[in-house]
Structure formats: C-alpha cells, structure tokens
Write a protein that binds this ligand. Structure first.
Ligand code: SAM
Length: 287
C-alpha cells in the first residue's frame, strides 16, 4: 500500500470508503510526511520498541510507526475506520488494531500482554477534546513507558512546558512536570491536516522521569492545593486555596511562613519544589 501521508492518497481512501469526518472524535488526519518523520525521530523509535498509538484514524502515522518499531498496537474508537485500517495496514505484520475507547482500556494489562510489562512508547496525533485526560491516565495509572510523543494544540504544548512567572504556567504544567520532562519537537501549521483545524499544533515529547522530582508526602493534597491556587489566578494563594480546599486561612498563612514564602504570594509564582514544600508544612499541622 502506498503511503497515506499526502492529500491525494488520503482523499482517495476517504472517498473509497465514504468516510465522513467525525468532529466529535476530533478527527484531523495528517497529510505531511515531514511531520511524521519528525514524530518518529523525536520519539526515538527503534525496532526494539513497542509503540501504543492512540487514534490511528485511517492509518497514516501507523504506517510510519510500523516501519520503525518492533510492534505497534493502535487503539481506535471509530468503528467506521476499521475496514479502512484493515486495508491500509495490510502490508504490515507487526500491527494490532484494537477497536475501543482509550479511556476505558486497562493499559497496564495491555503492556503486560503485549510487551511483557516492559516500558513502551506512546505516539499519537491526539484527539484534542481529550488531550489532558489521556496524558494524565498514562501517567497516573503508572503505565510503564519511556516517552509520550504526541501532537497537541500549540497552546496546550506551551502550557505543559511552562515554568513559574509565564502566562502559560498552571496546574497542567505542574501535573505534567511531576511525571515527565517536556520537550517541543516541532511546531505544526494547520495546513498539515485534512480537514484543516482552526488551531495550530505542536508535537511534544514527554520523557517519563524515573521518580517524581519532588516529595510532597501527600500527592493528592499537593495537587488539590495546586488546582485551587490556579482556580482563581488573580487572588493570593491564601485566598484562592482557602476558598477551594478545606485548609483554613490561618493554616495557610502559617505554612507559607514556615516554607519561607511571602504571605501575599500567588500560585503562579511558585515552583513545583515550593508547592511540595508548602504541602509538607500543611501536613505538619495535621499530625
Ligand atoms: N492518527 C491519525 C492521523 O494522524 O492522521 C488520526 C488522528 S485524529 C486527530 C484522532 C483520532 O483519534 C481519530 O481517528 C479519532 O477517531 C480517534 N479517537 C478519538 N477519541 C478516541 C478515543 N477515546 N479512543 C481511541 N481513539 C479515539
């Protein structure tokens, strides 16, 4: 089968199978070979790797992954695309397509069955309506993985990579950087897709850290504090966190002072390290 990564072949396949784009599934198919080459190189895929692809669509990226990796498992929610994938991937014997919703799949079991529990790589041109839930599922469920190399909305890539003081810095930056080191592989203009999305995109690689870079002693509490402090960005941390959690203003004021932080500090000024330190101080008041 000839490569799908150009407009003519993609349109011909869509017409042959009378495929209508499903907006609700975030379908924007890649038509640019250079972008695909950058994703494969950025993910560092070799023939020793098992790659999990989320949302193969008509199989455009899957063809590239199958050529570079030892094995590809691709999970697609849209059943209408299964006959297309059967055709476009017929020439590869190292691809398994699973029909289903990635959010409902037991990924730990999948990695055990398909890769003996060894770390996998994840590659995708993600459906943008569930970018964050998919990435957090991969990290929070402790799926054994080396890296996640994915196409996301450009602004979302900027938020994942941002540090304190940046306008893009927020709860997503801290959640991602607790688990992984982000690196922007490429910026991708909207004309690299059919249909053309109305946002620009970027490929980001998230390399899984062997251990979280900080120890808050209570992960759930730290992320509750983080979420609350960015929930009302323009307020001081004491105001926003006391409104958004069960921690009192007095306890927050004490914990900030014990952490050596200014009483009127805002969440957007704090690093992950400082959120972890603040969390440990709050915990001291609970024992
Ligand atoms: N990989 C293809 C490409 O690059 O041309 C298609 C990418 S398209 C942006 C996203 C794909 O994810 C679509 O094929 C869509 O049907 C699929 N998808 C959407 N939600 C999904 C879910 N919850 N589980 C699995 N696949 C999903």
């Amino acid at each position: 089968m000839e490569k799908l990564s150009n407009p003519q072949t993609t349109i011909a396949v869509l017409q042959k199978y009378q495929i209508r784009f499903q907006k609700r599934f975030g379908q924007n198919f890649l038509i640019d070979p250079h972008v695909l080459e950058k994703i494969i190189a950025g993910a560092g895929i070799s023939n020793e790797d098992m790659v999990l692809e989320i949302g193969p669509g008509i199989g455009t990226m899957t063809q590239y992954l199958a050529e570079a990796a030892g094995k590809v498992v691709a999970v697609e929610i849209d059943r209408n695309l299964l006959p297309v994938l059967g055709d476009t991937l017929a020439g590869y014997d190292n691809v398994r397509v699973i029909s289903g919703d990635i959010m409902k799949l037991d990924l730990l079991q999948l990695v055990r069955e398909e890769n003996g529990g060894r770390p996998i790589k994840v590659a995708a041109n993600l459906p943008y309506y569930i970018t964050t839930p998919i990435i957090m599922k991969l990290f929070e469920e402790s799926v054994p993985l080396d890296n996640v190399t994915v196409m996301v909305q450009k602004e979302v890539a900027a938020r994942m990579k941002a540090g304190p003081g940046s306008k893009d810095y927020g709860a997503l930056s801290l959640a991602v950087q607790y688990y992984a080191e982000p690196y922007i592989v490429a910026n991708v203009p909207r004309n690299c897709f059919i249909p053309r999305p109305n946002v620009d995109s970027a490929v980001i690689r998230l390399t899984r850290l062997p251990h979280p870079p900080v120890d808050p002693q209570d992960e759930a509490l730290m992320f509750a504090i983080i979420r609350a402090s960015f929930g009302q960005r323009r307020k001081t941390l004491v105001n926003s966190v006391s409104a958004g959690t069960d921690i009192s203003r007095e306890d927050l004021a004490w914990a900030l002072e014990a952490a050596g932080l200014p009483a009127a500090v805002r969440g957007e000024a704090l690093s992950l390290e400082q959120f972890a330190l603040l969390t440990r101080q709050v915990l001291k008041l609970r024992t």
